[in-house]
Design a protein. Structure first.
Length: 104
């Protein structure tokens, strides 16, 4: 079996490129963040996140997920994208998810 090992700097660079490309793809798919409403319904947020009802319920129950209850359960669009970025960075900084050894 052939095994390849990479240093942390290389893996960090690859992870950053993947995150940047994922953001670009999301923006392309949505057309433009400015085209989204300022406040999303549950269904709109599910489309943005590409998740189902069960996962959306789990997310909306989290204390750190940006839900506004003042006028029905709505998700402020800007806060949703900040939440996504903050949680993506948390994974990079606090887990070894992007530091798995590559094998071929």
């Amino acid at each position: 079996m052939f095994t390849m090992q990479y240093d942390e700097k290389f893996i960090d660079q690859i992870a950053a490129k993947i995150a940047d490309r994922a953001t670009e793809m999301l923006v392309e798919r949505l057309g433009s963040l400015n085209e989204l409403p300022h406040v999303l319904t549950r269904e709109e947020a599910m489309k943005v996140l590409r998740c189902g009802q069960t996962k959306m319920s789990e997310l909306m129950a989290r204390p750190d997920f940006p839900v506004n209850d003042e006028f029905g359960k709505k998700i402020p669009t800007q806060l949703l994208f900040k939440w996504i970025e903050r949680n993506t960075r948390w994974i990079e900084e606090n887990t070894k998810y992007f530091h798995k050894e590559a094998t071929a």
